[in-house]
Ligand binder design. Structure first.
Ligand code: IPE
Ligand code: IPE
Ligand code: MG
Length: 250
């Protein structure tokens, strides 16, 4: 697929979002509210992922991108970090065959060099196994940071054009970690915070943003549909005027 950049040409504004990107936040608070350890929230969060993936397929969404672990999440207590890593491995072990059976393509993006060999091998195997699947592309952002992504893309771009000093957006974009996907149409953040937390900084340039107070483990299909309905009421102008859009429709 050709990567189109929302700042260099006006992209389509599909009725059903092609690409939904989510910050799954609030697992810890969900657990704390119930006097449970934070990890219980992360465990419950995996279940919510399962439901959302299924709903996305049914709604004809093509790309679902989930922020699972940020480059800043290493700042958490060691115990929570290692529990999250273990949970990630268990989820891969349990879910990949099911995903494959459901024709889902799995991608994991982020700086994977910081993960241990076993996890990296599991990721590579899962990606290889599901590479040709066509129903929904699920991308897990793990040890991902928007700034890391831009910087690694700059490095690759410079290496691809030896001696060049002047670059365009079109030269950078193919090196971004998610160059295989269109830019997200809809961004959803659960857990009540209204910030990007170093998620897809470049790609969210013209994405419609939706924030909900619902904690991630409670995120339901109803909430997803609420976000999609909100998206469908937005006027995506990409810099143009409302009158220009109305003219195009007629
Ligand atoms: C999101 O939930 C999951 C990860 C960041 C791994 P949190 O763990 O951030 O939950 P809160 O924000 O503390 O409630
Ligand atoms: C963002 O949540 C990252 C993930 C959901 C993986 P955080 O909980 O880390 O974000 P901040 O620290 O509240 O901004
Ligand atoms: Mg959080």
């Amino acid at each position: 697929m050709k990567y189109t950049s929302s700042t260099t040409e006006v992209p389509d504004a599909p009725q059903v979002p092609r690409h939904v990107a989510m910050i799954m936040d609030g697992n810890g608070r969900w657990a704390t509210k119930r006097f449970l350890p934070r990890v219980a929230g992360h465990v419950k969060g995996v279940e919510a992922v399962r439901n959302v993936v299924e709903a996305c397929i049914n709604r004809g969404i093509e790309y679902l991108t989930l922020f699972a672990f940020s480059s800043e999440n290493w700042r958490r207590p060691e115990e929570e970090v290692s529990l999250l890593m273990r949970l990630f491995m268990t989820a891969l072990e349990r879910e990949v065959s099911k995903m494959h059976a459901n024709n889902i393509r799995l991608r994991v993006v982020g700086d994977l060099t910081r993960f241990d060999d076993k996890l990296r091998t599991m990721i590579a195997n899962a990606e290889r196994k599901t590479a040709n699947n066509t129903s929904l592309t699920v991308t897990i952002c793990a040890n991902y940071g928007g700034r890391w992504d831009v910087m690694q893309a700059v490095g690759k771009m410079v290496a691809a054009h030896p001696g060049a000093t002047d670059f365009s957006e079109e030269q950078l974009a193919p090196h971004l970690a998610m160059a295989y996907a269109p830019e997200p149409d809809l961004f959803i953040r659960t857990g009540g915070e209204q910030r990007i937390s170093n998620f897809l900084l470049w790609q969210l340039a013209y994405t419609e943003l939706f924030f909900t107070d619902t904690y991630w483990p409670d995120f339901s299909i109803e909430r997803l549909d609420e976000a999609i309905a909100s998206y469908q009421h937005r006027e995506r102008r990409f810099g143009r005027t409302g009158a220009q859009l109305a003219e195009k429709k007629n």
